[in-house]
Structure formats: structure tokens, C-alpha cells
Design a protein around this ligand. Sequence first.
Ligand SMILES: N[C@@H](CCC(=O)N[C@@H](CS)C(=O)NCC(=O)O)C(=O)O
Length: 281
Amino acid sequence: MTLEIVSQAKCFGGTQATYQHASTATGTAMRLAVFTPPQAAHGPVPVLWFLSGLTCTEENFTVKAGAQRLAAELGVMLVAPDTSPRGEGVPDDADKAYDFGLGAGFYVDATEAPWAQHYRMRTYLEQELPALISSTLPADMTRQGITGHSMGGHGALTIALRSPARFRSVSAFAPIVSPMNCPWGEKALTGYLGPDRTAWRAYDACALIEDGARVPDILVDQGSADSFLTTQLKPELLEAACATAGQPLTLRRQDGYDHSYFFIASFIADHLAWHAERLLR
Ligand SMILES: N[C@@H](CCC(=O)N[C@@H](CS)C(=O)NCC(=O)O)C(=O)O
């Protein structure tokens, strides 16, 4: 399997590229954005995954977060996948709502019809894409970190909690910390997985921690002016789950910041430094 170049440009001495490939996990073409730092010319570099939120593609983080300059200095590859399968034959929300279906894969392997055929983002991100990146790009897969925003913060936390040996570092921006306990998550998990809530626990960071999953430490930034804070994101649930379980968590409430990429751009340097400290030592 190969990565086809959709576009690429020199960026801070490295390369910002968009790739496309045929995915066996989703049964569709998938796109991803990759920033390869200049240090990759001399050997494999650590990888930081960024999982995006509702409505996003591989492009939002790439053009809005301003992560490339520091990633080039640190020598870290940035991988930003798409948020769902797309294309002909891929079902979407009946009302074309933004919070389910296209652009809203919630990083699960769906088990319910008609979603189960293509909505297999867990297998895509846990198996297929790491193998593809490892075999095609100058990536040191023994040094991986993961972060993300909102639905992507949920993805980053749950993937890391399920596979702690794979990642040296995990962080999140305004994550959905407990999809079992918010309208976005209840809609998505009901639709993709069906009504049995026990099957949802593998996709809920708080439930995973309650059930014994652990990572060395977690960094979360959350804006106090985020319009989704009290209805959907509920960082206090993660704070409580971590406190009860003894899971180290650094939760920073950032005064006045909203849910946008302006918030992410404001704190991306802190997250890159957090990951670099753990990936480069
Ligand atoms: N469009 C939705 C909000 C969706 C939203 O805020 N998406 C976030 C992630 S959860 C995002 O990153 N949007 C794309 C962007 O800002 O570039 C609404 O109207 O309420």
C-alpha cells in the first residue's frame, strides 16, 4: 500500500504534505496531512498525532494551529488524519447534522448498520495508518505521542488509554472527556454502537480510567469561554475520574478562551513542548 501525494510544500525547512491512500479499514480513500521536519533527512523522527474535531478534515489543524515552526525546531513529525470516511457509498446523518456521520467518526469501529461497513476509524488509527506511516515515511514509531481537539481530544485520550505502550505522551485541547455523558457522545455512540452502554465504555476516557486503564500523565487545556464547556466537554468528570483512580492529570482552565483554533494556536507550543519532553528524552 502506498501514499499518493495530493499536494506538498516546503515549510520551515521541512515538508507539509497532504496524502491520499486506499484504506482497507474504511473501504474508502482516506486523506491525511503530514508535516515532516528537516531532521528527517538524517533519520527517523518522533511522531505526534493530532486528531481533529467535529466538521474537520485533515486540513483544519494543518492550516490553523500554527504548529509547524516549533515542530521543525523540535524535529517532530505531525500527522493529522481525517475525522471520518468519505466518498460515494459512505452514509451520512439523515439530517446532514454536523455531529454524526461525515466529519464525525468519533474514532470508533461502528457495529450498527449502515455505519459498520465504512466507519472503522479505530482500526484505521490503531492498526492500518501506523503501519502505513511506518513503512512509507521517516517516522520513529517507538516514539509516538497523541493529542487532539474536542471529538479528537476524546480520540486521543481513548486511543492512548487503550494502548499505553504505544505512546510516550498524551494531551488534549477541550476534549469530550465522557461521550457517555453528553449529547454529542450519546448520539454518536447510540448510532455507531447501538443502545448497549457497556459497549461504549471502551470509547469513554472516564470509563476507561474507572475500568483500570492508565497512562503516565495527561495534559488537558480547556478554555473557560468555550460554548460547549458545560453541555458537552465537562472536564470536571475527567478530573474526578483521575483523582479517584490516581491517574496523573494536568488540567489547565484557560481564562476567556473559546472552542476555536485560536485557542489551539494559543497553546499549541505548550503541548508540543510537553510531547517533545517525553518523545526526545
Ligand atoms: N459547526 C458546529 C461547531 C463545530 C465545531 O466547533 N467544530 C470544531 C471541533 S468540535 C472545529 O474545530 N471546527 C472547525 C474549525 O474551527 O476549523 C456548530 O455550528 O455548532
